[in-house]
Design a protein around this ligand. Structure first.
Ligand code: PLP
Ligand code: COI
Length: 341
């Protein structure tokens, strides 16, 4: 294979087919070992559980080309573990961690020419997912499932990359109390689409969802967790049972505390205190850390002191540390980086 001729520096976040994907089926109470295939289509019964009752969970992670040319993944073990938690909540048979990691390894290695070069800002997005492939008509879990994993070359999630975005407080809830907000299930994203389209139609880049029980605490966006920087330079991130435990956010909090020596807090964050923060960012695999410049709550604007022109100084320090580790410019904590090729 040859490196494809792509405009690596100017890629957006979209699907571009790569040659290989991984597939494994679950039947008769067991997962098969799985294999690489070239066919990018899925053939299902019209009555498959995924089509009727939305029994599906997924993950998102990235492969990077590091400064020295190595192709690596970042904390894939945590994605494997989170997918197990997601599957259990939807009564699906967990896909074993070692098979998940092998699927990542084999698929990235097979598509290695599609991992964007170092220094382009692009990466290879890896999308593992599993769904009910068996026939289901009465409401119950399927007895057959399929795990798949594909890759796609991507650039920044938000147009403009590191330029601050404007978000709005949503009128809709993304999750329910004691619901499924803490797992990565497609149904949560279907739930958020109306809010997403409404926000975009009103000129906003994203939503800020508040807690579904009282609408007074900050939760997350449709695809990323929040971090806030206090005026004295600490990092605060919302704690809630109905948000996804972001691997990027957990990594940032670790780096802030243990590498940068910052004060960190994971605690419930009242919406009423957002106006007192100095900086705000959205963090996730796709979002990396995307700065938020303005938050609009039904016409009332909260303008973060970091402004609309560039990422706040502290957010930038966190961003540079995280990216530096992913790209092999800064030494990573043990076990965070796995070399594939
Ligand atoms: N929150 C939601 C709802 C997400 O979809 C994602 C993306 O995966 C995140 C947060 C960030 O999680 P991670 O950093 O593990 O990608
Ligand atoms: C990710 O960051 O990997 C996600 O799954 C978020 C999604 C909105 C693209």
């Amino acid at each position: 294979m040859e490196k494809p001729n792509l405009d690596w520096e100017n890629l957006d976040f979209s699907y571009r087919k790569t040659p290989y994907r991984f597939v494994a089926n679950y039947d008769n109470g067991a997962w098969e070992k799985g294999r690489l295939i070239e066919d990018d289509t899925v053939c299902l019964s019209e009555c498959a559980g995924i089509l009727q009752y939305c029994q599906e969970v997924f993950e998102g992670l990235k492969a990077y080309t590091q400064k020295n040319g190595d192709i690596v993944t970042f904390r894939a073990d945590l994605n494997a573990e989170r997918m197990i938690d997601s599957a259990k909540r939807l009564e699906m048979p967990p896909f074993p961690k070692e098979d998940f990691l092998r699927a990542v390894e084999e698929t990235v290695a097979a598509n290695k020419d599609y991992v964007p070069p170092y220094g382009t800002g692009a990466s290879l997005y890896i999308r593992p997912y599993m769904f009910a492939s068996g026939i289901v008509i009465g409401v119950k879990p399927s007895t057959k499932y399929q795990f798949r994993l594909f890759t796609t070359t991507v650039g920044p999630y938000f147009k403009g990359g590191a330029k601050p975005i404007t978000i709005c407080v949503s009128d809709f809830d993304r999750a329910a109390p004691k619901g499924t907000g803490h797992i990565k299930a497609g149904l949560n994203y279907a739930m958020s689409l109306h809010a997403y389209v409404t926000a975009h139609a009103n000129g906003f880049d994203e939503n800020m969802f508040l807690d579904p029980a009282t609408h007074s605490f900050v939760e997350e966006t449709g695809g990323a967790n929040f971090i806030f920087i206090t005026k004295d330079g600490g990092v605060v991130t919302p704690k809630s049972n109905s948000i996804l435990p972001s691997i990027t956010r957990r990594s940032i909090m670790y780096l802030a505390e243990h590498v940068l020596g910052m004060k960190v807090e994971e605690r419930p964050v009242k919406f009423s205190e957002v106006k007192d923060f100095a900086e705000c960012g959205l963090c996730g695999t796709a979002a990396v850390i995307s700065p938020v410049g303005k938050i609009v709550d039904h016409g009332e604007e909260i303008c973060l002191p970091s402004g609309m022109n560039e990422m706040g100084k502290v957010t930038k320090k966190l961003y540079d540390t995280l990216r530096g580790i992913q790209l092999g410019e800064i030494e990573a904590p043990a076990g965070w980086i796995h070399k594939i090729a």
